[in-house]
Structures are given as structure tokens and as C-alpha cells.
Design a protein around this ligand. Structure first.
Ligand code: BGC
Length: 702
């Protein structure tokens, strides 16, 4: 298809139609697809509807084909629709929530997750996924932390890159590949006070050093689309923020693909009181080079008039439409409008046993063992278990943003334990005989957490503690002198002081379709837990944001007796569980860091190594983390920054030597103008099992 020729044959109305995205309900009234957002009647007439460029969310190959057929029959130029949807951590085979996935520190799993999600979604005719979410976040009050990869830019960037590559591979026109729309550009993960959609007030330094990295790596990996975020930046909603959407995104980052607003995002510029009405919002959107308006009508209802008033130019519209047509062409839609939508493939591939097996393997690396006093875990065989708590018999363990995942197909923790031969009593907390029941068991498992719908979009919270009615279960069991293992299901870091009483704590997150089977394999030792946290767990909600790569401040808390230092009167400064922390059933001992030279220049590299010994009788994965501290620089720099990590299997009683190669690139930092800077001087290299327990050595950069 010659898209230049096609563009020149389009009427203005047809061009504008390409720039709107509508939910399927506009085409088939009985569509049962859930669309997330404030859906309302857009008041479009049929002529407008049959110029639409893309659809948000469809439920099946049949639905896709029905809509595409109807559309092509009624549209003059027969330009196929693109179908987009949120495939965030799986289509029907559901994988761990992205935050949990990042705790594997194994980005290959992000690639695999995206691959399988793409293969499944493509069978239903989906062309584009609104994923990955590249928003860095340091605020667990924000419900969407579950969709991201944690608080560190480097780790997050590696995961976003892998996900994009997994969705798209090298060619989005090929069967089983879908295009990736990275979201939500930019800063959306830093709303004030953690309240979703709230104002973002961020320095340019923080933007370039911390928040932009995830998008940058997704764009470098070839993401075809970028979604703008709801929030303001420097007072201007990002969707219409020319500086960010044009200068930063298109000019600096070199993004040439399609931009799309978030749901109703252009319309919301009016609620931000930055545009008086939809017409003015449309002008701002076009100037910010926003190509597609999702689920609102500023463009479709106003652009004709705006062009005749010379407020915007036809050239601007042509450029946007060209980008959309190019995407359609890259997706192969002009030769095959139904793409790979196929009911037979759906039956064969969607939630296939192979995919479920993969989901389980992936989940096995994501849970984080936070506590294991006296090695109560793994559970010995033949124990009699009491199982208490709201998640004992819960199947809703997929995690939010898994609209196609059927929770009712999941097994409960009770079922997974009994299938593994354990003798399990479910204890009803309201039952008066509880003490009597407890006396008959060897160990108590408390399955606690927050409902899967308590995290996700518009799910901000100020209280991150587990409710008393859950915690009481632990205290009851302890009073009966029982060992308590707490398994946590949640989509955000929680404040866990009130479960300190537990002998063991397994942070299981929501692990998707195979959540409880995986948990039981970990509890019983079939799987040795290896996940490590990618977001700090605060001691108190008042510490938020608490994250590992903070600055030292001018008055660091080195001398406890000096009251004029940076600290809280009523709480420590450190998080309860820090970034990078996670236990294993193995025991790893770190040796000293070895370096092949003490001096480094711009031209050479430095070899760094460390020995890690597994002193236990259980083989396991260890995640070795390397951080760097710039001792003196023009801009105050974090105490440490993650620069490398390696996940490695170590057999019992074996020592492995872990090697890293560092170059000057690892020492550069960004300034508020987005320039990479370095000054000569001392850098400290720190290596260890987590961000707080580190060996160190110094090098000199000249
Ligand atoms: C969310 C996006 C999502 C879009 C479409 C919005 O409300 O913020 O993340 O991609 O809806 O479902």
C-alpha cells in the first residue's frame, strides 16, 4: 500500500477519524469487553464512527472480525482499524504482576512474559498493547506501583526493554507479535501524596536522572507507540506539554512513532483548567503532536473548524495521520486487516498448558522471602497445618490489570497444599473452638494481604498496614505457641510491623494463574526462593517516599547524639525491608571485591569480581548487586546507585566468582539539562546481596 497516495486521497474528515480511538461498544452494543475509564456517551454520528482509526479493547477473534468487517463494509477508503488493549501481565495466561516480575531480577522473564502475552493476544486480533508501564515510582500509596518495575531506573529500564522486545520481536507484522505502547509518558509515577492522577511537581534533574530512563530504554528497544500521562508537569498537562511531547520525546529521544493520549486525557485538559473547552484542548493536542485521542472527541468535533480558522494547519494533521498509517502498514493491516485473529488458534494457544507451565516457571522466581527464623521454612513433610486468613480459600490471585484472566480457574492455597499431600485444617477465625483446633496442628499458615482490586488504577491508599482483623490471626496462633508462617498477597509494598510476630514471611505478591501452586512449591522447598525486593518496604507510611538511592543530605544521621541531623523523632530513617533484600533457603557468603586496576580513564574499562560461596546444603539462585557512589561531584549524587546485577545459580558448598566490567558510562550522571557529566575523582564500588549489606572498594577516575 502506498500510504502517501492513500493520504492524498483522504478527505479531511477521514483524516481526523484516524485520530480518534473508541471502545468497541460504539460498533457492537453487546460487546462484553471491559473498558477501564470514565466511559460516557461521546455523541458521535455514524459517519464519524465509520472514520475511526482504532479500537480500545476487544474480547475475542470473533468480536474483532465482526467489528473489522462491519467497519470495512461501511468505510469509503477501507482503511483497517487497529485494535489496542491493555495486555499488562498476560492475556488469559496470567503472569506475575510486573512489580513481582521485577523481583526476579531476571529480565529474560519479562521477555518471555511479553512473548506469550503477544502470542495469545494476537489470536484475538489485538495489534497493540498498552504496556509496559515504564513509570518509576517510590510511593507505595500509589496503587499503580504493581504495574511497574520498582524504584530503580537501571533495573526498570532493563525490564521495559525486554518487555518491548518480547511483544514486538523484530517485526510487528509477523504472526504472534504485537506492537508495544509504552506508558505513561512522563512522571505519572510521582503524584503528590501518592494520590492517583494528582499533580506531579518534579525537578528537571529528577526527570532526567530517574524518571525518564524507563521510557528511553523502551523507545530504544523500538516501542512503536507512546501514551501520554494524565498528570501535569511544570503546571502543564503532559498530554499538551509541547516541551515534553515534542522537544523531549520527539527531538531528544528521537521517537518517530505514534503518540496517544490516556483515556479521555485530552478532554481532561479542560478539568486541569488549561483549556477552556474541547476546541482549545484540540489545538493544544495538535501542537503537542498527539496523534490519537483516546475516548474523547476534542479532535473529531473541532479540527475542521480549527483548520478553516487557521488555528492549526493541514500539514500538522497530515503528519499525525501519516504516522498512524505508517503504523497500520508496519502491522501489515493493509494486506491482512484481520491479522491473525483466529478462533482455532485461540482454542489452541490461549491459556494452553504450555503457557501455564511457563507462567509457573516465571512465577517461581518472583516471590520474596522476607523472614525465616530458625529456618522454619521449607516445611517438613507430613506436618499438620492450620490455614487461616482471607487468602486461604481465595482464587482471586491474578492481580489487577488482568481483565482477560479468569480467576475462577485458579486453585486456592488450601487446594494447592492438600494436592501436595499436606493435612490442612482451615480455621475459621470466628469459630470459638479456634484454640482447641490450633492445639492439634504443627504449624500455622496465615494467608493475608490486600484484595487484588485494592491496587491498580485509582487505588491509592494512606494506610498500608494489614487490618487488625487479619493480624489477630497471627497473635492467636502465637498465643497457642505455634510457629506462624505468613504468606502475603498484595500489589504494593506494605507496612509490616504488625506482623513481626510471624516466624516466616513470604511476600508472594499476585503471581498470576499459578499463584498458589508456586507458593506451595516454595513453602515445601521444591523451589528455593530467590526474589529480591525492587521497592523498599517502609517502616511507617510517614517515611514515604523512602528509597535506597537517596542523597546523604547536609546533615546525615551519622552521630546519633546530635539532634540537628536528618531524622525522625519517632521512626528510623531506613526502610523496614530495603531495596534488593530477599532471603533464600541457601546461605551465601561474600568474599572481598577484587579489581584489576585502581585507576580508570574515559578510554578503558575496569574488571571487578567477587567470590560468593553457598555454604548451605541447598543449591540456589543468588542475585549479586553492584552499586556505585560518586564521592564528589558538582551535583549532589545518591548514596549509591545500582549499576549491574547478576543472577547466578550456586550449588551447595561451591564458590562462584562473579565478574563485572565497568566503563566510564557507568560513572556518568545527568544534569538538569540532560547532559551526561563526569568529573575526575574517587568512586566507590559496592557489591553485595542487597542495597544495605555491601562490600566496598575505591577507584579513581582521571
Ligand atoms: C489507564 C491506561 C490504560 C488506558 C486504557 C487508562 O485509564 O491509565 O494505563 O492503558 O486506561 O485502558
Amino acid at each position: 500500500m502506498n500510504i502517501n497516495k492513500l493520504l492524498s486521497s483522504m478527505t479531511l474528515e477521514e483524516k481526523i477519524g484516524q485520530m480518534i480511538q473508541l471502545p468497541p461498544r460504539n460498533f457492537i452494543i453487546d460487546s462484553d469487553t471491559d473498558v477501564i475509564g470514565n466511559e460516557y456517551d461521546l455523541g458521535l454520528d455514524l459517519d464519524q464512527i465509520y472514520t475511526t482509526g482504532s479500537i480500545l479493547g476487544i474480547g475475542s477473534a470473533t468480536e474483532m472480525k465482526e467489528i473489522q468487517t462491519k467497519y470495512l463494509e461501511s468505510s469509503r477508503l477501507k482503511i483497517p482499524l487497529i485494535f489496542m488493549a491493555d495486555i499488562v501481565h498476560g492475556y488469559e495466561t496470567i503472569f506475575p504482576i510486573p512489580l513481582a516480575l521485577s523481583c526476579s531480577w531476571n529480565e529474560k522473564l519479562a521477555f518471555d512474559t511479553a512473548r506469550i502475552s503477544a502470542v495469545e493476544a494476537a489470536t484475538s486480533g489485538i495489534h497493540v498493547t498498552f504496556a509496559p508501564m515504564a513509570d518509576l515510582s517510590r510511593d507505595p500509596r500509589w496503587g499503580r506501583v504493581l504495574e511497574g518495575f520498582g524504584e530503580d531506573t537501571y533495573l526498570l529500564s532493563r525490564f521495559t526493554e525486554s518487555m518491548v522486545k518480547g511483544f514486538q520481536q523484530n517485526d510487528v507484522s509477523l504472526k504472534g507479535n504485537i506492537a508495544s505502547c509504552v506508558k505513561h509518558f512522563v512522571g505519572y509515577g510521582a503524584p503528590i501524596a501518592g494520590r492517583d492522577y494528582n499533580t506531579v511537581d518534579m525537578s528537571k534533574l529528577s526527570l532526567y536522572q530517574d524518571y525518564i530512563g524507563g521510557y528511553k530504554s523502551a523507545i530504544e528497544a523500538g516501542a512503536k507507540l507512546v501514551m501520554s500521562s494524565f498528570n501535569t508537569f511544570d503546571g502543564i498537562p503532559v498530554t499538551v506539554n509541547e516541551n515534553l511531547m515534542v522537544e523531549v520525546l520527539r527531538e531528544k529521544l528521537g521517537f518517530e512513532g505514534v503518540t496517544i493520549t490516556d483515556f479521555d486525557g485530552l478532554n481532561q485538559v479542560i478539568a486541569h483548567r488549561v483549556a477552556e473547552n474541547q476546541r482549545e484542548a484540540a489545538v493544544l493536542g495538535v501542537k503537542a503532536k498527539i496523534d490519537i485521542e483516546m475516548a474523547s472527541t476534542c479532535y473529531i468535533d473541532n479540527i475542521v473548524q480549527l483548520i478553516s480558522d487557521q488555528r492549526i494547519s493541514i500539514k500538522e494533521i497530515d503528519e499525525a495521520v501519516m504516522r498512524i498509517l505508517r503504523l497500520k502498514s508496519q502491522l501489515g493491516l493493509f494486506s491482512n486487516p484481520f491479522s491473525f485473529a483466529n478462533e482455532e488458534d485461540e482454542k489452541l494457544l490461549v491459556r494452553s498448558s504450555n503457557h501455564l507451565e511457563n507462567a509457573k516457571e516465571i512465577a517461581s522466581e518472583c516471590a520474596v522471602l522476607l523472614k525465616n527464623e530458625k529456618q522454619i521454612l521449607p516445611l517438613k513433610e507430613g506436618l499438620k497445618i492450620a490455614l487461616i486468613g482471607p487468602f486461604a480459600t481465595e482464587t482471586k490471585t491474578n492481580g489487577a490489570w488482568s481483565w482477560r484472566g479468569n480467576n475462577y480457574k485458579n486453585v486456592t492455597l488450601f487446594e494447592a497444599l492438600t494436592t501436595n499431600g499436606y493435612n490442612v485444617d482451615i480455621i475459621d477465625y470466628l469459630n470459638e473452638q479456634i484454640e482447641d483446633q490450633l492445639s492439634k496442628v504443627d504449624v500455622v499458615i496465615c494467608a493475608l494481604g490486600e484484595h487484588q482490586d485494592d491496587s491498580g488504577e485509582a487505588k491509592s491508599k494512606v494506610n498500608l498496614e494489614l487490618p487488625d482483623r487479619q493480624v489477630k490471626w497471627i497473635d492467636f496462633a502465637k498465643k497457642s505457641n505455634k510457629k506462624v508462617i505468613t504468606v502475603l498477597y498484595n500489589g504494593r509494598p506494605l507496612v509490616l510491623n504488625n506482623i513481626d510476630n510471624s516466624d516466616a514471611i513470604l511476600e508472594a505478591w499476585f503471581l498470576g494463574s499459578k499463584t498458589n501452586e508456586t507458593i506451595v512449591d516454595i513453602l515445601t522447598g521444591k523451589i528455593n526462593p530467590s526474589g529480591k525486593l525492587t521497592m523498599s518496604f517502609p517502616r511507617h507510611v510517614g517515611q514515604i517516599p523512602v528509597y535506597y538511592n537517596q542523597l546523604t543530605t547536609g546533615r546525615p544521621r551519622l552521630d546519633q547524639s546530635n539532634p540537628y541531623t536528618s531524622f525522625y523523632l519517632d521512626c528510623g530513617n531506613t526502610p523496614k525491608y530495603s531495596f534488593g533484600f530477599g532471603l533464600s533457603y541457601s546461605n551465601f557468603i561474600y568474599g572481598n571485591i577484587l579489581i584489576n586496576k585502581k585507576y580508570m580513564t574515559k578510554k578503558d574499562t575496569i574488571q571487578v569480581s567477587i567470590d560468593v560461596k553457598n555454604t548451605s546444603s541447598i543449591g540456589g539462585y543468588e542475585i549479586v548487586q553492584l552499586y556505585i557512589r560518586d564521592e564528589v561531584s558538582i551535583i549532589a549524587r545518591p548514596e549509591k546507585e545500582l549499576k549491574r546485577y547478576k543472577k547466578i545459580w550456586i550449588d551447595p558448598n561451591i564458590t562462584e566468582t562473579i565478574q563485572f566490567t565497568l566503563s566510564v558510562k557507568d560513572l556518568y550522571y545527568k544534569n538538569p539539562k540532560d547532559e551526561s557529566k563526569i568529573e575526575s575523582g574517587v568512586f566507590t564500588i559496592l557489591i553485595g546481596p542487597n542495597s544495605t549489606n555491601l562490600h566496598s572498594t575505591k577507584i579513581n577516575f582521571q
